[in-house]
Write a protein that binds this ligand. Structure first.
Ligand SMILES: C[S@@+](CC[C@H](N)C(=O)[O-])C[C@H]1O[C@@H](n2cnc3c(N)ncnc32)[C@H](O)[C@@H]1O
Length: 354
């Protein structure tokens, strides 16, 4: 603890507590997150950022444009502005700030779909009953919705489509570092397993013009991949394979890349996916498994992987892993580690087949 009573750790500190309150009351400051997120989600749902993209407006003007209650809208927007996410001027007009510019539909490097996905009831409602998960080890999602997340996505295609659009906006600053540091160019044919609409495969292929790619994901997801790959100008180098990776992974690739996907599953299921990848590799000893995910840090360290792990646990029945845990499930599927990256928000773990 430092003098203000904030937890400090060897590797970074993140203070979500209100230092102005006595220490025993500081956790109550966590509710600011709920109040701000709820107000901001409402503003995004009714498309306030889209209206403000045309210039500053009063709440009354915005309400007339979107068909909302002016008083309620004003009170929500002043909360969002108090948090610094919109600007509120003394003449009563609201404007976008750099923090809200990405919430405009279609904004370059925008995050509107990711924001709506991550704050959707399918992710929020399980948080009402994380205690159920703690007591039983089972995802609270099943308790709340009466089915697993994956079945929910199947029977609610709109939620599945939101997931797919959100993943196109799955920008992590660390991804640029991985693209800079790791030589994907040494693999003539790169498979992206659970690659969504091909958003990441496209980024690799753009950097490596001699490589070709295979995009493997569920049929409804890859059905929408063509436009993404064409927009990026790589469609002619990508074979799109609709598949269920628990059943089969396409063979013939030199690298099998799997990003932000294995953490959605428990060890048994993740191991089954890895076994399918190992089968696809066959006796190509030069082929590689490339996992991009998080590495959980040690006790007491600030770590978004620990936060996301509870979400993975309560919503999906998945888990974030440390290096030993990754090595255990990959070894069980027939892989050996090649590299030893430092824990980071996102890491690339390279494995060879054995
Ligand atoms: C969290 S997303 C990650 C997408 C992408 N790799 C990225 O990093 O942006 C997980 C992906 O796994 C895919 N997926 C889930 N279950 C699958 C299955 N049984 N077979 C194939 N793909 C699946 C989803 O459709 C989704 O695109």
């Amino acid at each position: 603890m430092d003098e203000q009573g904030n937890a400090t750790h060897a590797r970074g500190t993140f203070n979500v507590l209100d230092e102005n309150l006595p220490p025993e009351q500081q956790v109550l400051g966590l509710f600011y997150a709920k109040w701000i997120l709820g107000a901001l989600r409402a503003a995004v749902e009714v498309r306030v950022p889209d209206v403000l993209a045309a210039g500053p407006r009063t709440a009354t003007e915005i309400a007339a444009e979107i068909g909302a209650n002016p008083d309620a809208l004003y009170r929500v927007l002043r909360t969002v502005a108090a948090a610094g996410i919109l600007d509120e001027s003394t003449d009563g007009r609201f404007a976008l700030t750099p923090l809200s510019a990405g919430l405009v539909d279609g904004a370059e490097n925008g995050i509107r779909d990711m924001f709506l996905f991550a704050s959707d009831p399918m992710f929020l409602r399980p948080y009402e009953n994380v205690a159920h998960t703690v007591r039983t080890g089972e995802p609270a999602f099943v308790e709340v919705f009466g089915m697993t997340f994956y079945d929910y996505i199947k029977v609610n295609p709109a939620s599945g489509a939101l997931l797919d659009r959100a993943m196109v906006q799955n920008h992590w600053p660390d991804m640029d570092r991985i693209l800079d540091d790791f030589d994907f160019g040494r693999f003539p044919r790169i498979g992206d397993i659970g690659g969504g609409r091909g958003q990441f495969l496209a980024r690799i292929l753009l950097r490596h013009p001699r490589c070709t790619g295979v995009l493997a994901d569920l049929p409804p997801t890859v059905a929408e991949a063509k436009a993404e790959l064409e927009n990026a100008g790589v469609a002619d180098r990508v074979t799109v394979v609709p598949t269920d990776f628990f059943e089969e992974v396409p063979s013939g690739c030199d690298a099998y890349f799997i990003k932000h996907t294995l953490h959605n599953f428990d060890d048994d299921k993740a191991q089954l996916i890895l076994t399918r990848i190992r089968a696809a590799i066959g006796n190509n000893a030069d082929a590689r498994l490339l996992i991009v995910d998080q590495l959980v840090r040690g006790p007491g360290e600030w770590d978004t992987a620990k936060l996301i792990d509870v979400e993975a646990l309560s919503v999906l029945g998945g888990r974030e892993r440390n290096r030993q845990e990754w090595n255990r499930i990959t070894a069980a599927a027939g892989f050996q580690p090649v590299n030893e990256p430092e824990p980071n928000a996102l890491v690339l773990l390279e494995y060879r087949p054995v």
